[in-house]
Design a protein. Structure first.
Length: 52
């Protein structure tokens, strides 16, 4: 197992993982459609405060 920082560049990998996971466990109730994918990309444009 490898832990990777969640960056905009790996969103396609994350979406692929989400799709495969939902085949096994569809408990989220969200459709992984274009709106969902666009919202994920847009989430990186939101300024956040990260506590360290």
């Amino acid at each position: 197992m490898e832990i990777r920082k969640y960056t905009k560049e790996i969103i396609p990998d994350v979406i692929d993982f989400d799709k495969r996971l939902r085949v096994e466990e569809n408990f989220g109730g969200w459709e992984i459609d274009e709106k969902y994918i666009n919202d994920v990309y847009k989430s990186f444009d939101v300024e956040r405060t990260i506590l360290t």
